[in-house]
Each structure stands twice: as structure tokens, then as C-alpha cells.
Design a binder for this molecule. Structure first.
Ligand SMILES: Cc1ncc(COP(=O)(O)O)c(C=O)c1O
Length: 387
């Protein structure tokens, strides 16, 4: 049976070119980058080259790049590290953040900390003025994501960073879903911290970066060896680091080409949805200001009892891999915290699916998705109790 993968915001396959770059460091150049012999030195050179490549791409200095195990660790590290260094208790964020930020902010309560949530706009963005209003003398950090992983909304980071600068508050952004899709430069966006993850950009899983601007208050919260200038202990994942740098390089080189491809696929998808569903569906994002690869949609006439998990299962049976809400939370049947917080009622939120496109998706994939979606939705809607 045909399988069509539309879940690239959850993860992407490893690009062959990335695998080729990693291979020598999985086999013959297996040295520990901290060892003081030639094998260690080979690994160290590869790590430092990768660090330079990544720093160059985001407009940073190599020493401002810390390798981590991925987006989750980078988010944890930015938040916990600043709270620890400043002794201040409040983190200003939004209820639409990924759980890597939300749960970290919530966990601060155990030590007397306090997450402060800025109410988002219905299109999923955060208003910079509301950030300014939320800042107090106890604010340690503002943490707001670039692209939302569920609906693809894009936060106005530049304007938010100006507010943070005015108040002298460090600004962290989770750019896991934006890097390689839209331009990310730490100076242009005014970021003090940034999180990224390789597996969303055709790199390997389990490797990411925390960018940290020089002289920003921060203390390590994870202890171990002296790696990463004593900021993150642990033997360096050399093949992963090489893979991340290669994946990022390719993603940025090919970004415009991919953006054009996504635009074409997206317009085919939307015109197909219009034809098949008319006003029976809605897109859960501002269509003009949305990440190129994510389309989150809901069906509006499916009834109170519509089961979103069943929708996913039915599509899976037809060979279509999509997601409802974030893949990190699938398995729970609660409505997604993102859709809930942009004001969708449970009925509409329950029928939502996130279609996240990848560079290898084709127009045929879109047509297949549309054909199966029509069959599944009409079948499920006709069976749903009307209450
Ligand atoms: C916005 C965002 N932040 C953080 C993460 C977590 O990244 P990782 O899987 O590398 O820990 C994800 C993954 O779904 C994400 O989409």
C-alpha cells in the first residue's frame, strides 16, 4: 500500500548527504573529541568545523554555540540557566509554546518560580505590547517560540526582542520549527538564546544546539565533564554534530527552493480542500503569515462527538501519516493546548489535523491525501451521532 508522509513537523528522514557526512565519524574517526591524541584531535576538528558552520549561518560566534541532545534540552537549559544565574523568579512565555518550554516553566514552581503567560492573539501570535506589560522587576527571561509547531504561526520576534532590550531582559526563542524554513539570524531577530534540533531538518535525532549570546547571565544546570567550556558536560556526539551542521547547511542553501515547492503544494491542497469541502473546513492559522510547511485544518460540521483519534487512525489505514496536535503529545485525547488557547471550541479542535509537508512530497501526494480525506471525513461525519 502507498504510504504518504505528511508529518515533517514531528520528524524528517535523514538526508542521504547528511548520512554520508556522518559516516566517517560513526566508523573510522570514532575518537572522543576530548582525547589528547590524534584520534581525539580528528574528532575535535570536525566538531569545531561544525560549530563554525552553524555559528556562521545564524550570525553567531562559534563560542556562543553549545551542543545539546536536541530542542528539549536546549529549551530546558536556556530557562533553567537564566533563572539560576539571575535569582529572579518569573519567566514570561505564552500558553502556545511547545511542552519543552511550558513544562520547564511550570517546573520552576517547585523552587518558588512563576511562569507568566501572555495571552496570544487568535491567529497564534503574541503581541509585543502584551510582553512589555507582563515584564516586572522579577522577570528573569522572556521565552517565545518563532514558528508554532502545531499551527505554523510566526511570532514577531524582532519587535518582541526590542521590548526585551528596552527592559534589559534576556530573550530566548525556540526556533526548532523555523530554522531552515524561514530566515533565522540572532542579531536581526535580537535573540540572546535560541534552540534548534537536527531531526526537523533532515538531520539525525538526539542532537541540537543552544545558542547563547556572550555575557548573558546564565549558569549550567547539568554537571559533568569540562566539555563545551564547562557549560554542558557529556561526551560530544561527534557524528550527530557533523550531521547537524550538514543538515543546516543544506536546509539554508535550499530554503528558497523548498519554500517555492511548499507554496505550490499548499495552493494545490487549499484549492482541493475548497472544492471538496467548501465552507465545511477551516485553516487554523493566518493564511498570509504562516510557516510554509505547516497547514493545520479543522472540519466545522462534524458534530460534538467527532473522534479526532479515529480520524488519524482512519487516515493511517489509508497510508496517510499526519498528526493532530503535536506528535510529542499524541496518545492523549485532550484537545491540543494550542488550539484550545487560540479559542477553538472542542468540537472544531477535535477534528483538526496537522499536515506538515517535506521537500520530497509531491503534487500526487497532495491529490492522494485529498482523495482519502474526502472519503474518511464523509464516512465519519455520516456516522457521528448528531446529538
Ligand atoms: C517547537 C518545538 N520545540 C521543541 C521540540 C523538541 O525537540 P527535540 O525533539 O529535539 O527534543 C519540538 C519537537 O517536536 C518542537 O516542535
Amino acid at each position: 500500500m502507498k504510504t504518504v508522509y505528511f508529518d515533517h513537523a514531528a520528524t524528517t528522514p535523514l538526508d542521504e548527504r547528511v548520512l554520508e557526512a556522518m559516516k566517517p565519524y560513526l566508523t573510522e574517526h570514532f575518537g572522543n573529541a576530548n582525547s589528547a591524541h590524534q584520534m581525539g584531535n580528528q574528532a575535535k576538528v570536525a566538531v569545531e568545523d561544525a560549530r563554525e558552520t552553524i555559528a556562521d549561518i545564524i550570525g553567531a560566534e562559534p563560542a556562543e554555540i553549545i551542543f545539546t541532545s536536541g530542542g528539549t534540552e536546549s529549551d530546558n537549559s536556556a530557562i533553567k540557566g537564566v533563572v539560576k544565574a539571575t535569582g529572579k523568579s518569573e519567566v514570561v512565555t505564552s500558553p502556545l509554546e511547545h511542552h519543552a518550554v511550558l513544562h520547564t516553566a511550570e517546573a520552576l514552581k517547585q523552587d518558588g518560580g512563576r511562569p507568566v503567560y501572555v495571552e496570544p492573539n487568535p491567529d497564534g501570535t503574541v503581541n509585543p505590547q502584551k510582553v512589555a506589560d507582563a515584564i516586572t522587576e522579577n522577570t528573569a527571561l522572556v521565552s517565545l517560540m518563532h514558528v508554532n509547531n502545531e499551527i505554523g504561526s510566526i511570532n514577531p520576534l524582532k519587535e518582541i526582542s526590542e521590548v526585551c532590550r528596552e527592559h534589559n531582559i534576556p530573550f530566548h526563542s525556540d526556533t526548532v520549527q523555523s530554522i531552515g524554513k524561514i530566515p533565522v539570524n540572532v542579531d536581526e531577530l535580537g535573540l540572546d538564546f535560541l534552540s534548534m534540533s537536527a531531526h526537523k531538518i533532515y538531520g539525525p535525532k538526539g542532537i541540537g544546539v543552544l545558542y547563547m549570546r556572550h555575557a548573558t547571565p546564565w549558569l549550567p544546570w547539568m554537571h559533568g565533564g569540562s566539555q563545551e567550556r564547562r557549560r554542558r558536560g557529556g561526551t560530544l556526539n561527534v557524528p550527530g554534530i557533523v550531521g547537524l551542521a550538514k543538515a543546516l547547511e543544506l536546509a539554508v542553501e535550499e530554503m528558497d527552493q523548498h519554500a517555492r515547492h511548499f507554496k505550490k503544494l499548499r495552493s494545490r491542497l487549499v484549492s482541493g480542500l475548497d472544492k471538496k469541502f467548501g465552507d465545511r473546513y477551516q485553516i487554523n492559522c493566518n493564511k498570509e503569515k504562516c510557516a510554509p510547511h505547516i497547514v493545520n485544518l479543522s472540519f466545522t460540521d462534524t458534530g460534538e462527538q467527532f473522534d479526532g483519534e479515529m480520524l488519524l487512525l482512519n487516515l493511517d489505514v489509508e497510508g496517510i501519516c499526519v498528526s493532530n496536535g503535536s506528535a510529542c503529545t499524541s496518545g492523549t485525547i485532550e484537545p491540543s493546548h494550542v488550539l484550545d488557547n487560540i479559542g477553538l471550541d472542542n468540537k472544531v479542535a477535535n477534528s483538526s489535523i496537522r499536515i506538515s509537508m517535506g521537500k520530497d512530497n509531491t503534487e500526487d501526494d497532495i491529490d492522494y491525501l485529498l482523495e482519502k480525506l474526502e472519503i474518511v471525513i464523509n464516512r465519519m461525519a455520516s456516522k457521528a451521532p448528531t446529538s
